[in-house]
Design a protein around this ligand. Structure first.
Ligand code: NAD
Length: 464
């Protein structure tokens, strides 16, 4: 595939740049992302229909922060690391982290700049070339990221190390079959499964960031007003089309009625406009096929006896933020990802019951816990089967570049961001070299003479 070949051709030169020069590339990218921040946010808003402030915070700043993090830490994180030589005290052991080659980045439409930018920045920071396949729904935001990367790479003479491939699923499938050296995919579980299957034929490693149905656990001792504001933000930001959106809230029964009231009050206060203005909180659904999915999930919950506390209507792509009570646990809203502005509130006898219900589903990306009790929060965080947990807040994990990001179970595997997300794009090489050069190693032939001595020595060393 031509774009993969071009990236591969430019890769050795990029990979061989000293790490401080690689950090300069990241710095140039960060500066351009910030300088063109308004342009990026406006483009994302045009393509997705989300408010510009959201686009700026969740796309421009998140990518700039990650660039800054790796710009500063990458040279240290990728330095060869000494390890314990174990019984071989006369040797020196260390590991090195080398880039893999060409990383394919295949992205969805809901955060079209940051979900291209996050995996691509991890890949580039680790010394790989990239081929980005943006979503066909939002092609220009991804292309703009690649333009910025190419501008930064040009000064180092490796502009071709960043490529863009436009097109739909067939283009993505062809890219997977090229094959690249690693695939970072963010998107649906269905496509992720297809990609993992196709990649297996080439033994290409994959990082998969897939769907989710994230839960909020609201404890009776929470600051309920803050929790209501936070849950409403976590559920309706980007019109509920975030992989880490709060998709259901389990609320301890003693505060359930009060919490429902507060959530309804906060939801009714949200300002909607299409296209979004500077004052609006909520824009439109991005992807028209998502609308009937959300409407069907709402109808299904109502048919099963759920009560609509507010919202429920809306025309075309302008779905109203909708709060539901008493949604039965077998409703679509509980068993699958909906990706829309729907928030079911469910009473539970205890936070632990809420955790058990949250864990019952197939996904686990980012759960939230709302309580004033730090010890309790930590205990619940340990019990939740989820790639990340946010206490008393929502969605913000992605803005903390040092925290690895990724899911468990059907939400995918592998990590982006943080130390793990950088090393994920490298090949770990283990090296053992002599510190003391002996004429003959103790365990070499002939065994006859030294066998008992070696055995005794090693046994003694190990039993210490
Ligand atoms: P999608 O799976 O339909 O498409 C994602 C990307 O994959 C697109 O670029 C698409 O063209 C490409 N693609 C489609 N078929 C392909 C194939 N056979 N081979 C290779 N590439 C292929 O997802 P979407 O509708 O764009 O995005 C919504 C989904 O993304 C939701 O399920 C959401 O939860 C998920 N998502 C997950 C995260 C996360 O970090 N876990 C973040 C955002 C979105």
């Amino acid at each position: 595939m031509e774009c993969v070949d071009r990236a591969r051709g430019a890769w050795p030169r990029y990979a061989l740049l000293p790490l401080c020069e690689r950090a300069h590339v990241l710095r140039r990218m960060r500066r351009e992302v910030l300088r063109r921040g308004d342009e990026i946010a406006q483009l994302v808003t045009q393509e997705t229909g989300k408010p510009e402030l959201e686009a700026f915070a969740h796309e421009v700043l998140v990518v700039a922060a990650l660039l800054r993090y790796y710009e500063r830490l990458m040279p240290r994180l990728l330095r060869p690391r000494r390890t314990d030589p174990g019984l071989l005290l006369h040797k020196r052991a260390y590991v090195t982290y080398e880039p893999l080659g060409v990383a394919a980045v295949i992205s969805p439409w809901n955060y079209p700049f940051s979900l291209v930018g996050i995996p691509a920045v991890c890949a580039l920071s680790a010394g790989n070339a990239i081929v980005v396949k943006p979503s066909e729904v939002t092609p220009r935001s991804g292309a703009l990221f690649v333009e910025i990367a190419r501008n930064a790479l040009r000064a180092a003479g490796c502009e071709e190390a960043a490529q863009v491939l436009q097109g739909g699923g067939e283009a993505g499938a062809a890219l997977v079959d090229a094959p690249p050296d690693i695939i970072a995919f963010v998107g649906s579980e269905r496509t992720g499964t297809r990609i993992a299957t196709a990649a297996a034929a080439h033994l290409t490693p994959c990082i998969l960031e897939l769907g989710a149905n994230d839960a909020a656990i609201v404890c009776a001792d929470a600051d309920l007003e803050r929790a209501a504001r936070g849950v409403v933000w976590g559920a309706f930001s980007n019109c509920g089309q975030a992989c880490v959106s709060i998709e259901r809230a389990f609320v301890e029964r003693t505060v359930y009625a009060r919490f429902c009231e507060l959530v309804v009050k906060e939801t009714r206060a949200l300002r909607r406009a299409i296209p979004p203005t500077r004052e609006s909180d909520i824009g439109r659904m991005t992807f028209p096929p998502q609308v009937p999915i959300a409407r069907r999930a709402l109808a299904d919950a109502v048919e099963r006896g759920a009560r609509v506390l507010c919202g429920g209507g809306g025309e075309g792509l302008a779905l109203e933020p909708t709060v539901l009570a008493d949604v039965p646990l077998d409703a679509v809203l509980h068993v699958s990802e909906t990706f829309g502005p729907l928030l079911p509130l469910c009473p539970v006898e205890s936070a632990e019951e809420g955790v058990a219900l949250a864990n019952r589903g197939p996904y686990g990306l980012n759960a939230t816990v709302w309580t004033r009790d730090r010890r309790r929060a930590r205990r619940l965080a340990r019990l939740l089967e989820s790639g990340s947990i946010t206490v008393d807040d929502a969605l913000v994990n992605l803005s903390v570049s040092s925290l690895p990001y990724g899911g468990v179970k059907h939400s995918g595997y592998g990590r982006l961001m943080g130390e793990e997300g950088l090393r994920a794009f490298t090949r770990t090489k283990s090296i053992l070299e002599p510190r003391l050069r002996l004429p003959r190693e103790p365990v070499w032939f002939p065994y006859a003479k030294r066998g008992p001595l070696v055995r005794g020595l090693l046994r003694r060393l190990l039993s210490r």
